[in-house]
Write a protein of this length. Structure first.
Length: 284
């Protein structure tokens, strides 16, 4: 996916970025930055907890990797917090001496509010909170962004450019982040269950498993692409597939009888409620 703002991409080429916590999501983001040529490799550094892991990650990502968060922040303009939520406090207290209004902090730590990060960072540090999802690994991610009290439009544009390297972005009020967690962050797992079930159905009616999985996955990809490209409501697109007295309506009747629609709604609601609970725990 190409970035939508070439001029901003040029401006970012001289920006120095530190990714604190080069785990799963941190590694995905670094690969996206480099593949999209958002930054030269020498402008990106990362940290991990252990020296042995640092050597391994350095070989995988081809950027400088260390265990020194403070040094990484010192030499960077943008700091990505990709650590686990329970580690955010310790990391921010560690790097606080190097933070200030001139450094942008972008946090992908789930359920950690912007206000908590700002309080720990101090010095009116601009903060953007991001909630990406795992399809970012194939550059089909969905990331929601919210900005803090000291972040301006330029800071938000920088964050959008970074996450556009791994998929689509949307800017939302932070109060909606729990809902985002329940839908797009947890959603891939729900979709995988649906894909697995469709493939099992294909096996049941005689298809080889690999063929059934391919058909199910490509069908889901195609259907999602139609929604994104046309902007049409899914209900209208469903009706376009459903011919009178045809096969599809029988299948839809089975889905309704099995309460698939209600079950998926409840799954999102439950996951969002859990995200809110985690936020409350982080605030205590």
């Amino acid at each position: 996916m190409a970035l939508s703002n070439p001029s901003l991409t040029g401006e970012l080429s001289s920006t120095r970025v530190a990714v604190l916590g080069a785990g799963k999501m941190g590694g995905i983001l670094i690969q996206g930055f480099l593949e999209q040529k958002l930054f030269p490799a020498q402008n990106v550094c990362a940290t991990v907890r252990h020296a042995e892991r640092a050597r391994a990650v350095c070989g995988q990502l081809a950027v400088a990797v260390s265990t020194d968060n403070l040094a990484a922040v010192r030499q960077s303009d943008v700091v990505l917090l990709c650590v686990k939520p329970q580690a955010v406090r310790d990391v921010l207290e560690e790097i606080r001496p190097e933070l200030g209004p001139g450094k942008l902090v972008i946090s992908v730590a789930a359920s950690v509010p912007i206000a908590s990060i700002e309080k720990l960072a101090g010095a009116q540090v601009p903060v953007v909170r991001a909630m990406p999802n795992t399809p970012s690994v194939v550059r089909c991610g969905m990331t929601a962004l919210s900005s803090g009290a000291f972040a301006d439009e330029a800071h938000l544009a920088t964050a959008q450019a970074l996450f556009a390297s791994v998929g689509r972005t949307i800017v939302l009020d932070e109060k909606l982040m729990d809902a985002v967690t329940g839908l797009s962050a947890s959603g891939p797992a729900f979709i995988y269950v649906i894909l697995e079930s469709l493939a099992e159905g294909g096996v049941k009616v005689g298809l080889p498993r690999d063929v059934a999985t391919l058909l199910a996955a490509q069908t889901a990809l195609g259907a999602a692409s139609v929604v994104l490209e046309t902007g049409a409501h899914p209900a209208l697109l469903k009706d376009a597939v459903t011919t009178p007295a045809g096969c599809t309506i029988d299948g839809l009747m089975e889905l309704e009888e099995g309460r698939l629609r209600v079950t998926l709604i409840k799954a999102v609601v439950r996951a969002a409620a859990r995200a809110k609970q985690l936020v409350e725990n982080n605030n205590t």
